[in-house]
Design a protein around this ligand. Structure first.
Ligand SMILES: Cc1ncc(COP(=O)(O)O)c(C=O)c1O
Length: 458
């Protein structure tokens, strides 16, 4: 008889083999492997299958068609790798199969989450009395922060938005920088605050909101600032904005999906100066700190504002006296992702986290210097882990990115930056080494040179 116990050995062997291969295979999967996913397109089977056969199928058909983000040469989007402690812990946590909705359902899950949140608040330099929630990612963390803002500003205006909805409510204003991340706009849309109703503030050449261009603020306004632009890595001038906003009773929300983690490094901490003055913050464990997917973190200065936005109760679902996870997050049932966050932070310690942040930022600096030395144009000030590079015309840059992805030595994506087409390099994985950077630089340079002379290709 196959049981979970016998099957986990097979899963471990397959996962170990996967990780071993992921350092030598191409970063992007081969087209043939993606095409082979068509094997999935079968009707729902009538008969059961052996669990070991199911696992073998997932490995055979699925593993080759993954993107090798766990190796050291994936620089796409802002995707972190997964630290060994976080990965191994997630296996154990999967075996626990805890629902962390209420403390009574998972005392362990709730306790790990409490401590993990405390540590995040500490290392990010946020107010000690703040509270928070663990969610799927920064999109939902933005949602939580903005929901708390909506709750607090409308309650102050005498309106209980969770009961009455937004119809007939006193209007709220939302101010964002022109470089606002799409996920924040999505969160505003979900909250009924509208993507297009926002007041956009012009930005400078690095994508930073211009403090001198802020509109007049008032106590029904949410100002959204950014710690770490998804392209350039730049930081908005938070201290100045928070001061102006708070003089007028406005709420400041920070989208710090990855950039907030600069606070963990004594060398990079100056970038987050003033961000701790805000009222709510959104960040990710699965980006720069390399907790596995998925792990977003919302923090709110006044935990009661978050609880007011998220709480629910019924006779069968009665919150106890201590902090109940589901009273602070959008979901009721939820996995115990706080254990993995805790494990990642515990394994790194304060110094290890600082080293991870600094090492990846140094690698980004190496990319910028190496590419510049080879004659390519760097479009941003490389302040943390993000590099934007142009290889010439938009067409040449785009074909270079395509060639790099196809060659498979590394993976980077393309973007548009202030009217220019660029390749984005985001160094977000603990696994990236100096050797990875060296090998990647050569591969990028080779591809870019081939794309300058299209006739030389194939
Ligand atoms: C600045 C910023 N905000 C929000 C997000 C969304 O994060 P998630 O994909 O974890 O929801 C990202 C993702 O890259 C980001 O860079």
């Amino acid at each position: 008889m196959e049981t979970s116990i016998t099957l986990l050995d097979a899963a471990a062997r397959r996962a170990q083999e996967y990780l071993r291969r992921s350092t030598t295979r191409t970063v992007a999967p081969h087209t043939a492997d993606i095409d082979a996913l068509r094997e999935l397109e079968e009707p729902f089977p009538e008969l059961p299958s052996l669990p070991s056969e199911v696992l073998a199928f997932v490995d055979r058909v699925g593993s080759p068609a993954t993107v090798a983000t766990t190796g050291g040469r994936y620089y796409g989007f802002v995707n972190g790798g997964v630290l060994p402690a976080a990965l191994a812990t997630s296996w154990l946590v999967s075996a626990w199969d805890q629902n962390i909705s209420l403390r009574v359902m998972s005392p362990a899950g709730a306790a790990f989450e409490d401590v993990a949140l405390d540590w995040v608040i500490d290392v990010l330099g946020l107010p000690r009395a703040a509270g928070g929630a663990l969610v799927t990612g920064a999109t939902m963390a933005n949602f939580c922060g903005l929901a708390a803002a909506r709750h607090a500003l409308l309650r102050r205006a005498g309106w209980q938005v969770e009961d009455e909805g937004l119809f007939g409510a006193p209007p709220l204003r939302v101010v964002v920088g022109d470089e606002v991340h799409i996920s924040l706009l999505k969160a505003l849309a979900l909250l009924g605050l509208g993507r297009r109703r926002v007041e956009r503030v012009p930005v400078d050449r690095q994508g930073r909101m211009r403090g001198d261009a802020l509109p007049d603020l008032d106590d029904r306004t949410i100002v959204c600032v950014q710690a770490g632009n998804v392209n350039s890595g730049a930081f908005d001038p938070a201290r100045e904005i928070c001061q102006r906003a708070h003089e007028r009773g406005a709420w400041v929300h920070v989208d710090g999906a990855f950039g907030l983690w600069a606070a963990a490094s004594p060398r990079l901490r100056h970038h987050v100066d003033g961000f701790g003055d805000a009222d709510s913050w959104a960040t990710d464990g699965h980006k720069w700190p390399n907790v596995g997917y998925d792990c977003g973190i919302a923090v709110v200065r006044d935990p009661e504002a978050l609880r007011g936005a998220m709480s629910m109760a019924s006779a069968y679902f009665a919150p106890g006296g201590l902090r109940e996870p589901s009273q602070y997050s959008p979901e009721m049932s939820r996995r115990a992702r706080g254990v993995e966050l805790w494990a990642a932070l515990r394994s790194l310690g304060r110094q290890g986290l600082a080293a991870l942040i600094e090492r990846t930022a140094e690698h980004a600096g190496r990319f910028a210097t190496g590419l510049r030395d080879r004659g390519w144009e760097i479009l941003n000030d490389v302040v943390i882990n993000q590099v934007l590079v142009s290889f010439g015309t938009p067409e040449v840059t785009r074909s270079t990115v395509a060639k790099i992805q196809e060659d498979g030595v590394l993976w980077c994506g393309a973007t548009e930056w202030q009217g220019r087409t660029a390749m984005r390099i985001s160094v977000s994985s603990w696994a990236t080494t100096e050797e990875d950077v060296r090998v990647s630089l050569d591969a990028i340079d080779r591809a870019a040179r081939q794309c300058q002379r299209p006739q030389a290709i194939g």
